[in-house]
Design a protein around this ligand. Structure first.
Ligand code: FAD
Length: 465
């Protein structure tokens, strides 16, 4: 009898799982393990709570056979492999700077005992580093990357195994952190989480099929920018934890009656953004926390006590700009924010408050349940103008115009800003024009957007000289 180990990380599912198939090929029985790495586990963080909930759902699918160990994987994984006599430990290839370093160290530790770490597949349809220019160089701009990515194509989902012979021996483990710690996002005290946000592969699949069945693809290009509508897939969270793989999404789209619609094409483009940012991070791990493009390295940013007060107002949703505050409050309450709001609030911090983008990126990662280093930090760099976009800095989003355009009836703002619930229609976006706009305690504006826009563009010109 040969035994292999399957070490779950960002792939908390059983279907469309190439590393699981590789583990099955290598062993007559498979030991499934999840490692609680103290460097990544912080039960106060929404991401950890969701991770634990997702692992719990996987453990239930495995009918209790998931082995949970705690500690540094460099010690835990070789010890487990030794204990069960496994020559190979199978993983989905990790692509982040931390994950790559950790896996190299685990592989080296296994090697000292004559064992191996075998990486199969990635959390992406085309793994980072695969789509390159004819000259073999990485792409730095999205549109040509997307073109090449489409030409490369996505493989079909991995076949489901006929049966999975999980290891039947007695392998000890530790308990997952208490269930109360994974019962929701940070704001579940105040608000119910959106339907369909339950953790695990089965709810993820259900949510996705509901999105398809409700005509989500067909409407996607028209409605995806509207935070007042529930018009996006909310797949970012299942994708983050690997409860579902983008290959599965792409195959379902291709087979769907609306799979050739403009909406479907736009949806695929969004998935390609996720692939692109992972690819950029793969080639430039330093870009996680440093400007990808050096042109703005001399840009003057604000800091100090007065700025700290402004940043606190931004974090808590008290800027006096209703659309910004609604987005920031949704983030704190739900651990999720609509893409348009991520852009508007990021623009406000970097261009209206003149704060360096990593300050905001850190805050988002601390609160987003889908917080993902590649998509988040490159999303921030895109808005800040230091990232992959070619002509970015002039794009200073006007929070008032954005509000009227994307929340035309003001419903989204009223949902998240109760002090403005009495203001009807689109007037909610400009409480300063409403005689009773400040009647229920809504704060006045902390800065003047037109002044700060001018200031931002002036700093930009100076930095380029
Ligand atoms: P949908 O509109 O249904 O899109 C489908 C999928 O496409 C998403 O689930 C996601 O995987 C991908 N996608 C969509 N838009 C983008 C994008 N702009 N960049 C990369 N992938 C995209 N996404 C994260 O997954 N994690 C993050 O931490 C994150 N931080 C962001 C920070 C900023 C400043 C910005 C501007 C964007 C960020 N995004 C992040 C991208 C995007 O906002 C979310 O993926 C999206 O809002 C998730 O909602 P959804 O699943 O309903 O998206």
């Amino acid at each position: 009898m040969t035994v292999s180990v399957l070490w779950f990380r960002r792939d908390l599912r059983l279907s469309d799982h190439p590393a699981l198939l590789a583990a099955l090929d290598a062993g007559t029985s498979v030991v499934p393990v999840f490692v609680l790495d103290p460097r990544l586990i912080d039960v106060d963080r929404p991401r950890t709570r969701r991770l634990v909930a997702s692992v719990r759902a996987l453990a239930a699918e495995l009918e209790g056979r998931l082995v949970v160990r705690a500690g540094d994987p460099v010690e835990v994984i070789p010890a487990l492999a030794h204990e069960v006599g496994a020559e190979t430990v199978h993983v989905t290839r990790e692509t982040t700077p931390f994950g790559r370093r950790r896996d190299a160290a685990v592989d080296a530790a296994l090697g000292r005992d004559g064992r191996r770490l075998v990486a199969t597949g990635t959390p992406y349809a085309a793994g980072p580093g695969v789509v390159v220019t004819r000259a073999g160089a990485p792409y730095r701009v999205f549109t040509p990357f997307a073109r090449a990515w489409r030409q490369h194509g996505s493989p079909l989902p991995a076949m489901p195994p006929l049966r999975i012979p999980w290891f039947a021996g007695d392998v000890g483990g530790v308990a997952l952190p208490a269930a109360s710690a994974d019962q929701g996002g940070p704001g579940d005290r105040d608000r119910a989480r959106p339907d369909g946000d339950a953790a695990g592969e089965v709810p993820a699949r259900r949510r996705w099929l509901d999105f398809l069945a409700d005509g989500g693809l067909g409407h996607y290009d028209r409605d995806r920018d509207r935070p007042d509508l529930d018009a996006t897939s909310r797949m970012s969270i299942p994708l983050k934890y690997g409860e579902i793989h983008p290959r599965t999404l792409l195959a379902d789209i291709a087979a769907h009656p609306e799979g050739r619609s403009d909406g479907a094409a736009t949806f695929v483009t969004e998935l390609i953004w996720r692939e692109f940012y992972a690819d950029v991070l793969w080639h430039r791990p330093d870009s996680a926390w440093q400007d990808l493009r050096p042109e703005l390295s001399r840009m003057a940013h604000d800091s100090g006590t007065a700025t700290d007060r402004l940043v606190s107002a931004w974090r808590e949703g008290r800027t006096g700009y209703p659309i910004v505050d609604a987005g920031m409050r949704q983030l704190l309450a739900e651990g999720w924010m609509h893409n348009r709001l991520r852009m508007v609030t990021a623009s406000f911090l970097t261009k209206d408050l003149h704060v360096w983008w990593p300050v905001g990126a850190r805050h988002f990662l601390d609160h987003l349940v889908d917080g993902d280093l590649a998509s988040n930090n490159h999303g921030w760099q895109w808005v800040a103008g230091t990232g992959t976009d070619a002509a970015p800095y002039f794009r200073v989003l006007n929070p008032i115009r954005q509000a009227h355009r994307f929340d035309p009836l003001g419903d989204y703002v009223r949902r998240w800003v109760p002090e403005l619930a009495h203001v009807e229609g689109a007037a909610v976006h400009e409480p300063w024009n409403d005689p009773n706009g400040y009647g229920h305690g809504y704060p006045t504006r902390i800065v003047d957007h037109d002044d700060e826009r001018r200031e931002a563009l002036m700093r930009y010109e100076l930095a380029r000289r």
